[in-house]
Ligand binder design. Structure first.
Ligand code: ZN
Length: 174
């Protein structure tokens, strides 16, 4: 059975909460949460999703980089469930590139993010995973990680001039 949940939209309080860590990775509740996130993400053109976006304030994200209508240049990777993720930067400087968010339809913005990061998280079996992410996938991670801190990508902008309407964004990337 697929369970698609409505995506919380900007202004919803759940998007501004600091999400709670998962204490029992193997609980039915956690398994159901992961399933809902997977099903909901699969129903969109998004490349990542965080539990607060389906109105569950828990520290679970999925990174699923793949070329979609929203991100035609995205690299292909297996959808990866990350529980209680943390990261440290491996590059001092940030690079600006385009992001959008399922919780903020209609706009895109050029967001500064670290190019290379070291990420630690628990997988769906509770195993500690320690990996290095770069470029687009590192960007998606930092975007989803922000959702767990009650932040959205608009909070990271250098300037409001980096915000584009979706139609102007499509012209700008041509
Ligand atoms: Zn988002």
């Amino acid at each position: 059975m697929t369970t698609i949940i409505e995506i919380a939209q900007l202004g919803a309080k759940v998007l501004r909460l600091h999400a709670e860590p998962i204490t029992d990775v193997s609980s039915t509740e956690t398994l159901q949460l992961i399933k809902k996130l997977q099903d909901t993400l699969a129903s969109t053109e998004g490349v990542g999703i965080a539990a607060p976006q389906i109105s569950i304030s828990k520290q679970v994200i999925i990174i699923a980089s793949r070329p979609t209508l929203r991100y035609p240049e995205a690299p292909v990777m297996e959808p990866t469930v990350m529980i209680n993720p943390i990261f440290t930067m491996l590059s001092e400087t940030k690079e600006k590139d385009w992001e959008g968010c399922l919780s903020i339809p209609g706009i895109r913005a050029r967001v500064p993010r670290y190019k290379k990061i070291q990420v630690k998280y628990l997988d769906h079996l509770g195993t500690v995973i320690d990996i290095v992410l770069e470029d687009f996938v590192a960007r998606v991670f930092q975007h989803e990680f922000d959702h767990l801190q009650g932040k959205v990508y608009l909070d990271q902008l250098e300037s409001n001039e980096d915000i584009y309407s979706e139609s102007e964004y499509l012209l700008a990337i041509k």
